[in-house]
Design a protein around this ligand. Sequence first.
Ligand code: ADP
Ligand code: MG
Ligand code: MG
Length: 252
Amino acid sequence: MSVLEIHDLHATVETPEGTKEILKGVDLTIRSGETHAIMGPNGSGKSTLAYSIAGHPKYEITSGTVTLDGEDLLEMSVDERARAGLFLAMQYPVEVPGVTVSNFLRTAKTAVDGAAPALRTWVKDVRGAMDNLKMDQVFAERNVNEGFSGGEKKRHEILQMELLKPNIAILDETDSGLDVDALRIVSDGVNRAKESTDVGVMLITHYTRILNYIKPDFVHVFVNGQIAEQGGPELADRLEAEGYERYLAGAK
Ligand code: ADP
Ligand code: MG
Ligand code: MG
């Protein structure tokens, strides 16, 4: 049982126009087995929230707390956060030149577990996970994200999640740019992880489409650096019908 607790989180970023506050007091608690959809318009700060929790150096936490199982996440290095069981699938996954998927996965697994995985089972696990995600095995020998299509990048993120088995996973627009077949494959991967490991999921998305495949327990509307409203799955249906306009009018 894991719990990620975010209290009154404020974060800033340096822009050419000066320091800009992006997160303006976020409160959110995610427990094992729960799926929280974070939905909001572009530019509302959803990725900033993901990066702030994961420890991206560009974002400065100016106040508030983030704990994982009672431990202060904000005091931890990015590596320590991963070892503590946190995983982030980035909206825009980065290339890692000269590092193959196979090496990358093994290095990440070793870092997270604190010991290298037993080779026999590891090779089998990777093959199985790639098959599940309908990824060709030749993918393992390609450099991470180099020349990957949008859909391939997203599958690679979910492949990591399946193999690293985090306690809490933040998925930042893992649905964006996927056609319906890829969306189903990626969603199935997330659902498998939910069933087999009881992972707690923060599912950041702009669109309600993915929520047809991954059922959220809670839906949070994220506007202007804050959660503007929260509810159950029915809230997503209302957003589908009405969009974000009513919130944006209030935020101005
Ligand atoms: P979302 O993911 O909801 O679309 P983001 O968190 O990406 O929103 O961005 C929120 C706001 O913060 C935007 O106005 C964006 O331009 C700004 N921002 C985010 N990251 C940076 C950065 N590294 N440098 C400058 N501005 C940033
Ligand atoms: Mg965006
Ligand atoms: Mg974003």
